[in-house]
Write a protein that binds this ligand. Structure first.
Ligand code: NAD
Length: 364
C-alpha cells in the first residue's frame, strides 16, 4: 500500500427519520443555553418548529440567509448575535443557510449544530464562502465545521425531484473526484465509493416515490459521504470546470455538475484506473463503460444532460475552455485545452460519452 495522510475531522452525527426530536438533547450536550435558529426566509416556519423543540434553550429565529452569503447579511447577523448574547448556532436548511451560520462562526467561533434539508453536503466540510462586491471568497477553517449534524430524511421529503436528482449528482461528483484526488487516501476512497453506490440506488427510487423515506435516508447517507469527501481531499478538473461555468456564465450549480460529470469521467478514465474500478463497482456496471453508464442513469432520471438545455451559449464554449485551463491545477490527466474544448462541445450537445472519447482525439 502506498503512503498516505489521513486527517480525521470529528463531528457527531445523529442519523435517521425522526431524529430532529433530539435537537434539544444535542444542544444541551454541547453545553449551550442561548442558541439561535438560522434559516432562509422560505424556511422560517421550519425554523420556528425547531425553536419550539428547543424551548428555553433558544433565544430566537434568524431567517435571513440568502444564496452566496453576502457580507452585508453576515454583518447584520453578527449585530443580532451580539444583541441576543447567543452562545450557539442551530442551522436548518441547505448550503445557503449553513453558509450564513459558517460565516458567523468564522467571526465569532460560535459552535454550530446543523440540520440539513438538501443534499449539498456543506454540513460536513470546514469550507466557508462569503460574497463581497460580487466576488465570492472561500476558505477553510475548522472553526466553521458543524460540531453536530442531525440528518432527518423527513425534512428532505419536500425537496422537488429535479433538485433531488441534480444535487444528488453533485454529491456523486464529490465522491468521484475524491477517488482520484492528488491527496486521495484509502479511508476517504471507501466512503466515496459507498456514497456513489447509495445515491445511484436511491435516486431512481425517490423519482418513483418522492415520499419514500427509506430511499431519502439512503440518499442523505450518500450525500453525507460526499460532503466528507469534499471536505477531506482536493477536487480536480470537474469542480474547476463547473466553477467556471457557474461563475462566468451563471449556469445553475447542481445541473452543471450533473451535465459535466460523465464527460470528465470519460476524459480522466485512462489516467485513473483504480477510480474507474471503484465507480464501476458502485454503479454495478462494466469498467469499460462507467462514463456512459452514469450518463444513462442521469438521462433515465429525467434531468438535463446537455449544457444547451441549461442556458449555455455555443459561442461561449471557447472562452470557457480558456478560463478553465488558464491556471494550472491538479488533475489525474494533464489538462489539454483542445480536448477540454471538445469535452465542452460534447457536453453542450449532450453526446453520450464513451471511455474512448478522448483517447481517439488524443491520438489524432
Ligand atoms: P440552498 O441552500 O440555496 O437552497 C435553495 C432553496 O431551497 C432555498 O430557498 C431553501 O430555502 C430551499 N430549500 C432547502 N431545503 C428545502 C426542502 N427540503 N424543501 C423545499 N425547499 C427547500 O441550496 P443548496 O443546494 O443546499 O446550497 C447551495 C449553496 O451551498 C451554494 O451556494 C454552494 O456554493 C454552497 N455549498 C457549500 C458547500 C461548502 O462546503 N461550503 C458545499 C456544498 C454547497
Amino acid at each position: 500500500m502506498e503512503t498516505f495522510l489521513y486527517e480525521a475531522q470529528p463531528s457527531r452525527v445523529i442519523f435517521g427519520v425522526g431524529s430532529l426530536k433530539e435537537v434539544s438533547t444535542e444542544i444541551k450536550a454541547l453545553g449551550l443555553k442561548k442558541a439561535i435558529v438560522i434559516a432562509t426566509p422560505e424556511q422560517e416556519s421550519l425554523a420556528q418548529e425547531v425553536a419550539e423543540l428547543l424551548g428555553s434553550l433558544c433565544v430566537g429565529v434568524h431567517a435571513a440567509a440568502i444564496q452566496h452569503v453576502p457580507i452585508e447579511i453576515v454583518e447584520k447577523s453578527l449585530e443580532r448575535m451580539l444583541e441576543l448574547q447567543v452562545d450557539g448556532l442551530v442551522v436548518v436548511g441547505g448550503g445557503s443557510s449553513i453558509g450564513l451560520a459558517k460565516a458567523i462562526a468564522l467571526k465569532t467561533s460560535l459552535p454550530i449544530l446543523a440540520i440539513p434539508t438538501t443534499y449539498a453536503g456543506s454540513e460536513m466540510t470546514p469550507i466557508w464562502g462569503m460574497t463581497e462586491n460580487g466576488i465570492k471568497k472561500t476558505g477553510k477553517d475548522t472553526v466553521v465545521k458543524p460540531k453536530t449534524v442531525i440528518y432527518d430524511a423527513n425534512l428532505t421529503a419536500t425537496l422537488p425531484t429535479g433538485l433531488t436528482v441534480t444535487s444528488g449528482m453533485n454529491a456523486i461528483a464529490h465522491c468521484v473526484e475524491a477517488l482520484y484526488a492528488e491527496n486521495a487516501n484509502p479511508i476517504i476512497s471507501l466512503l466515496a465509493e459507498d456514497g456513489i453506490r447509495a445515491l445511484a440506488i436511491s435516486l431512481p427510487k425517490i423519482l418513483d416515490d418522492p415520499n419514500d423515506l427509506d430511499a431519502r435516508s439512503d440518499a442523505q447517507y450518500g450525500c453525507w459521504l460526499g460532503g466528507m469527501a469534499l471536505g477531506s481531499v482536493g477536487m480536480a478538473m470537474h469542480h474547476k470546470l463547473c466553477h467556471t461555468l457557474g461563475g462566468s456564465y451563471n449556469l445553475p450549480h447542481a445541473e452543471t455538475h450533473t451535465v459535466i460529470l460523465p464527460h470528465v469521467i470519460s476524459y480522466n478514465a485512462s489516467h485513473a484506473p483504480e477510480a474507474v474500478k471503484a465507480i464501476a463497482r458502485a454503479l454495478g456496471t462494466d469498467e469499460s463503460d462507467v462514463a456512459g453508464s452514469l450518463f444513462d442513469l442521469i438521462k433515465s432520471l429525467g434531468v438535463p444532460t446537455s449544457l444547451a438545455e441549461i442556458g449555455m451559449k455555443e459561442e461561449d464554449l471557447n472562452q470557457a475552455a480558456e478560463i478553465a485551463t488558464e491556471n494550472p491545477y491538479y488533475n489525474p490527466r494533464p489538462i489539454e485545452k483542445d480536448l477540454i474544448l471538445e469535452l465542452l462541445g460534447n457536453a453542450f450537445s449532450g453526446v453520450r460519452p464513451t471511455q474512448e472519447s478522448y483517447e481517439i482525439s488524443a491520438s489524432k
